[in-house]
Design a protein around this ligand. Structure first.
Ligand SMILES: C[S@@+](CC[C@H](N)C(=O)[O-])C[C@H]1O[C@@H](n2cnc3c(N)ncnc32)[C@H](O)[C@@H]1O
Length: 217
């Protein structure tokens, strides 16, 4: 289910921007950049602040199994400074300023306390396309919805503690993308075997309805 959903996203975006470069922010095990490399991206980079030991090995293993040439970078998005950074040694962070034809982000917008700054940062790195997969709320207004601070985030300083299940209305998302210079914002239809209507996502009301949007300049 997860593979079908994620492969469908990467298929759609790589058909729109064939042979481009791709950055996946919050790549975790590297599924997106590996899939993008296999679909002809000239460079496919995953960025994640999780354990470098585990994630770089995971990306390396997926490359070895599939023949992909995905790259892994330690780093992520700083909510305090509204920028992407790399931290190769896991300690010393430097701003990451490269731009890519395509930027993808799956399941992190819903963990942001300040989603508009996050979208603005991602858009600065995206020359042609930005793909976002997150929970959204249906409303005819420009809305954010936060959840109560969960136990595992209660120690984070305000406002970063409000980071579990952030969702914005589709109307606010579309207008934000327009203001960030994207000419089209299309929802990517989930594949028949995808996650959209299945457990556990269907039951995760905290996250709103998971949807993917492809935004093109
Ligand atoms: C819910 S997982 C999503 C992983 C993957 N994108 C997917 O859709 O399967 C969230 C990921 O975001 C990463 N992450 C957490 N905070 C981050 C940040 N500030 N910047 C970038 N990545 C972050 C975590 O290490 C984790 O791999």
């Amino acid at each position: 289910m997860l593979a079908a959903t994620y492969d469908n996203f990467i298929e759609v975006v790589t058909v729109q921007v064939p042979g481009g470069t791709l950055l996946d922010v919050a790549c975790n095990n590297g599924y997106f950049p590996v899939s993008a490399s296999l679909r002809g991206c000239s460079r496919a980079v995953g960025l994640d602040p999780g354990s470098r030991t585990i994630l770089s090995v995971s990306v390396g293993a997926l490359n070895a199994i599939t023949g992909a040439k995905a790259e892994f970078l330690s780093g992520g998005y700083s909510s305090d400074h509204h920028l992407l950074y790399t931290a190769p040694d896991g300690v010393n962070a430097t701003p990451f300023e490269e731009t890519f034809d395509i930027v993808t982000n799956s399941a992190l917008l819903c963990h942001m306390s300040e989603p508009l700054y996050f979208l603005s940062t991602l858009s600065r790195h995206a020359r042609r396309a930005l793909l976002i997969y997150s929970g959204f709320i249906e409303d005819d207004d420009y809305l954010f919805r936060y959840n109560s601070v969960s136990n595992w985030n209660v120690t984070l300083p305000f406002p970063n503690c409000f980071n579990d299940g952030t969702a914005m209305s589709i109307k606010l998302f579309r207008e934000s993308m327009r203001l960030l210079g994207f000419k089209s914002v299309e929802q990517i239809a989930p594949p028949p075997t995808g996650l959209q209507d299945r457990e556990p996502f269907a039951a995760m009301k905290r996250y709103g309805t998971m949807k993917a949007f492809l935004c093109l300049r």
